[in-house]
Ligand binder design. Structure first.
Ligand code: AMP
Length: 137
């Protein structure tokens, strides 16, 4: 991950989601087992683990097994089988975590305005408290 130090605050640089996939990113390393993570769920299409900097009592990241930069790249290049498998996995993880009844939020950042930090598609699952307005104003 590229970072910059600015007046004692470390900000991760947002990625350019139009660039080709580069498998040196941190989530590709997690998939290869080169960086540790705590597995919440895994199948042929998806891998899920807790976000290292949780923004809610439940904050899970779900990533596809294939190399896709963003939601844009995934929806463009992934096969129908991969897309169906990934979407079903996200739903199953939330369901199996007991999140349907209390409710949850999904988020997939794409590119600079969203402040996407890692150039491997990831869906955030947030839950565990009322999540407030959809966006900061
Ligand atoms: P985004 O801004 O949507 O690209 O989100 C990237 C997320 O990845 C952030 O919420 C980070 O806290 C999270 N993250 C970065 N490195 C790790 C890691 N090694 N394990 C778990 N989560 C991570």
């Amino acid at each position: 991950m590229r970072t910059v130090n600015l007046i004692n605050v470390e900000l991760a640089m947002p990625v350019d989601a139009t660039q080709p996939y580069d498998d040196n990113n941190i989530f590709a390393k997690i998939l290869r087992g080169e960086i540790p993570s705590t597995k919440i769920y895994e199948d042929e299409f998806a891998y899920a683990f807790p976000d290292i900097n949780a923004q809610a009592p439940t904050h899970i990241l779900v990533i596809p097994k294939g190399g896709y930069v963003s939601w844009d790249d995934f929806s463009d290049r992934a096969s129908d089988t991969e897309i169906a498998g990934f979407v079903r996995a996200v739903g199953k993880i939330a369901r199996d975590s007991g999140l349907v009844e209390p409710g949850y939020r999904l988020l997939a950042n794409t590119g600079p305005d969203s402040h996407q930090e890692v150039p491997h598609l990831h869906v955030h699952i947030f839950a565990g408290r009322p999540l407030g307005p959809m966006l900061a104003r």
